[in-house]
Design a binder for this molecule. Structure first.
Ligand code: P53
Length: 478
């Protein structure tokens, strides 16, 4: 039996584009994520290799309606409260606040919407954890400025965050600047609004965009602390330790390099300087980071208060080209780990890897950790009684929460909270499917957009309620 700290923030996590819908209501502007369809074109679009700037009849666009949280948030938050949530991680749709992104004045309808969501949460004593951008940005900023490759984006982001920190001063204290900032490297259209032109140096563009996001994140941290010294700012990384495929030093070295590629962002956000390995490696590739006067100071003086991260799986790296051919075609390159089982979507299940990853993160940064995503995507089915017996999900979460408990109790890692991913079923970021479900709450909606949007509690709903009620000391299946 594990003892979690008092006040531990148990809850769930979502992202605006994956649940709100109402893509053209309340004055909301068009966003990059609206235009990302399901099906085989999704991958080339999210990686910036296929330009797709308008809707057509040949594709289905799941973000347009998503699960209609925009109209149902009161009902959904009541369900979160019934589970006993202490925290709810959600994101702001930038284009609800600044529909085009470069306006001088914000859209009041958008601001009023999130205000109402925050007030509803506080009604139940639920702490909002707010991601400022979770894979979304106004399309206009892409058309007009080329997304985060353009330094001007920092000014627009500054306007966004200043508006948010001022308006929600008394409602929100936990802020995350960019969801999975390392996703710039893996899905640059989603992570940074980047579409590549023929013959461009893609690495250079990605690291330029990264520099701009890192500056924007530091600036947001500075402004947030000025507006309210109680504000807590976090960075966010798609984490998951790389293991060497064998004990061949070449494999160990490659695993280290793959980890550094991801840690690079957090190294800057948490330590305030570009790590030497990144500066040397980029220089060796002939890549210039567009540093301007004052950039170094801004990064140095405005580091984050906590480290948040998603963890779904560990990864495996091999330096052997033959073995490497088996690398799975996921957003993150990884070969199969023969010691682990996989989810229906081929994601390897590794609870101990969670503890290993937490130890790595804490050793590296020495700041409190916040687990803001973890969970199992599965194709849940209603049984003949209309119930969803998702024991596989309970097993996954239980095993991971146990390892988190050991990280706290046996390894002494300070952890602020745990918000499992997709506490209510929502659209998958990777595939756009509805069928890949993570929730404690089922939503009647399918991959083609059919269904009533009805919410149904799964078995895991009651289980998680028990976990929270006992502050993690009873993780047994019910
Ligand atoms: P889906 C890939 C690898 C690790 C994290 O993912 C990832 C992804 C993107 O697929 O993203 C995070 O929905 C992300 C969420 C996303 C969640 O993981 O593809 O922050 O938006 O939904 C799960 O199963």
């Amino acid at each position: 039996m594990v003892k979690f700290p008092e006040g531990f923030l148990w809850g769930g996590a979502t992202a605006a584009n994956q649940l709100e819908g109402a893509f053209d209501q309340g004055g909301r502007g068009l966003a990059n994520v609206d235009l990302v369809p399901t099906g085989p074109d999704r991958y080339p679009i999210i990686t910036g290799h296929m330009k797709h700037f308008s809707f057509d009849e040949d594709h289905f666009y799941p973000a347009k309606e998503a699960i209609d949280f925009y109209h149902r948030y009161k009902e959904d938050i009541a369900l979160f409260a019934e589970m006993g949530f202490k925290a709810y991680r959600m994101s702001i749709a930038w284009s609800r606040i600044f529909p085009k992104g470069d306006e001088l004045e914000p859209n009041e309808d958008g601001l009023a919407f999130y205000q109402s969501v925050f007030e509803e949460l506080h009604k139940y004593g639920i702490e909002p954890i707010v991601t400022i951008t979770h894979f979304d940005m106004p399309m206009h900023l892409i058309h007009e400025y080329g997304g985060w490759r353009n330094r001007k984006l920092i000014d627009f982001y500054e306007r966004l965050v200043t508006t948010l920190f001022t308006r929600y001063k008394d409602l929100v204290t936990y802020w995350i600047t960019f969801n999975e900032i390392n996703m710039i490297l893996h899905a640059p259209f989603m992570g940074a609004g980047i579409v590549f032109n023929e013959g461009e140096n893609e690495e250079e563009i990605k690291y330029t965009a990264a520099h701009h996001e890192l500056l924007a994140s530091a600036l947001a941290t500075k402004i947030a602390h000025q507006i309210n010294p109680n504000n807590k700012l976090g960075c966010m990384i798609a984490a998951g330790q790389y293991y060497p495929h064998t004990h061949n030093p070449a494999d160990v070295r490659l695993a280290q390099i793959m980890d550094q590629e991801n840690y690079f962002f957090i190294d800057v956000q948490s330590r305030g300087v570009y790590p030497n390995y990144a500066l040397r490696r980029l220089a060796a590739q002939g890549i210039q980071i567009p540093f301007e006067k004052g950039d170094e100071e801004l990064l140095k003086e405005n580091t984050v208060d906590f480290i948040s991260f998603s963890y779904y799986s560990s990864r495996v790296a091999s330096a052997d080209p033959k073995v490497n051919q088996q690398t799975e075609g996921n957003i993150f390159a990884s070969i199969k780990n023969e010691y682990l089982k996989s989810s229906e979507w081929g994601w390897q299940i590794d609870p101990l890897g969670f503890r290993i990853t937490m130890n790595e993160l804490y050793d590296r940064y020495q700041k409190p950790l916040f687990v803001v995503e973890n969970g199992l995507g599965a194709a849940d089915k209603l049984d003949q009684n209309g119930r969803i017996e998702d024991d596989y999900r309970i097993a996954y979460l239980k095993a991971h929460i146990e390892e988190m408990g050991k990280s706290i109790e046996e390894d002494g890692i300070p952890v602020i909270g745990y918000t499992s991913w997709g506490c209510i079923d929502l659209v998958s970021a990777g595939t756009g499917e509805m069928k890949k479900r993570y929730g404690y709450i089922y939503v009647d909606r399918d991959n083609e957009g059919k269904g009533t949007f009805k919410r149904i509690k799964k078995k895991s709903f009651d289980w998680y309620k028990q976990v929270i009620a006992t502050n993690g000391s009873n993780l047994e299946n019910i």
